[in-house]
Design a protein around this ligand. Structure first.
Ligand SMILES: C[S@@+](CC[C@H](N)C(=O)[O-])C[C@H]1O[C@@H](n2cnc3c(N)ncnc32)[C@H](O)[C@@H]1O
Length: 316
């Protein structure tokens, strides 16, 4: 086996063993991760783990390497490699999301768009590129909320070369600051990076401040109650909400790991995300104001939620 890969797995296992001593509350999730990494030295043992261990792991212990520790030394690597994967033409991991956002900007004149858990903002980068290609002349503000300083730094780097794009950093964004940005910017594309706590959005925004709120490869990090809370909260502040994430199925669980085999950090992210995703059947238990489209090539779903009309709401 590739010696670099073997060394990386050894390093991660040692890191997790130290973490288990420092953080006894996460001991069970860490133990599952150690077992996982110990089984990633060969494909045969990974598949054995996927068939035998993985199905019996309790939901609360299905944690990605970077979920265990928010200051994980592997976080930057995960976000960078995820963005790099999203850039690849095949399988066009975020293409359905990019297409949908571009379509809404063009067809419905949407101009204030917020992404929660924005990461390196590769989706926005591709939307801007597409809008430029289509000759768009309407100003658009993209807001990226992410609690991680590393993610916001990576977003800034990723978007720095995008044409006609102004990047603004604000720790906390609220209605007043968003209005100031909206009135003050003369750039065709404005990207606002901020770190609001997503569960306190109601504190900073009262009415319908956004045309579109979306999350991408984000929801599976949360419990079903938290995920519902996020949907409801976003629906209070946005005309439309889109949820884009992976689907749990055999292909994703057993074939996707092969594509990221050489990168143990991304392998952990891929395998544990797949174990947490919902099946199509689970996703289709939906409300009337939701529409779900499955994207088989990408192994994802795109859920559109049309926000109920709230009387007295106003868009900035
Ligand atoms: C898997 S990444 C997805 C990034 C991006 N949406 C993409 O598709 O490339 C999840 C991101 O959500 C952020 N995140 C996780 N929990 C969060 C929270 N409670 N509030 C804000 N951001 C959060 C993480 O910092 C990370 O950057």
């Amino acid at each position: 086996m590739n010696q670099r890969r073997r060394n990386k797995i050894d390093e991660i296992v040692n890191y997790l063993k130290r973490k288990a001593v420092q953080d006894p509350a996460s001991a069970s999730a860490i133990a599952e991760n150690i077992t996982f990494f110990n089984n990633t030295y060969s494909l045969h043992s990974l598949y054995k783990w996927l068939f035998t261990n993985a199905p019996s792991i309790k939901a609360e212990n299905l944690k990605e390497l970077t979920d265990i520790d928010s200051a994980s030394p592997y976080f930057s690597e995960l976000i960078t490699t995820l963005a790099a994967t999203e850039k690849k033409f095949f399988p066009g991991l975020v293409r359905p999301m990019v297409k949908k956002i571009t379509q809404l900007i063009r067809d419905k004149n949407y101009s204030v768009i917020i992404s929660i858990g924005a990461g390196a903002m590769e989706v926005e980068k591709q939307v801007i590129k597409k809008l430029i290609r289509l000759g768009n002349q309407k100003p658009v503000i993209f807001i990226g909320i992410d609690k991680s300083d590393i993610s916001r730094k990576l977003a800034k780097e990723n978007l720095s070369a995008s044409p006609d794009t102004l990047i603004i950093e604000r720790n906390l964004l609220d209605e007043v600051r968003l209005e100031e940005i909206n009135k003050g910017t003369s750039s065709l594309y404005t990207v606002v990076l901020c770190n609001n706590d997503i569960f306190s959005l109601d504190k900073y925004f009262t009415g319908t401040s956004f045309d579109l709120a979306y999350n991408c490869f984000f929801k599976h990090h949360f419990t079903p109650e938290e995920a519902r809370h996020i949907d409801q909260m976003l629906s209070r502040h946005s005309k439309e909400v889109i949820d884009y994430d992976g689907v749990k199925n055999r292909f994703n669980t057993f074939v996707q790991p092969l594509f990221v085999w050489n990168n143990p950090v991304l392998l952990s992210g891929t395998v544990f995300s797949n174990l947490r995703y919902k099946t199509i059947k689970e996703l289709k238990v939906q409300n009337n104001d939701e529409k779900i489209t499955i994207h088989r090539v990408q192994g994802t779903y795109l859920k559109e939620i049309t926000a109920p009309v709230v009387l007295g709401s106003s868009k900035i």
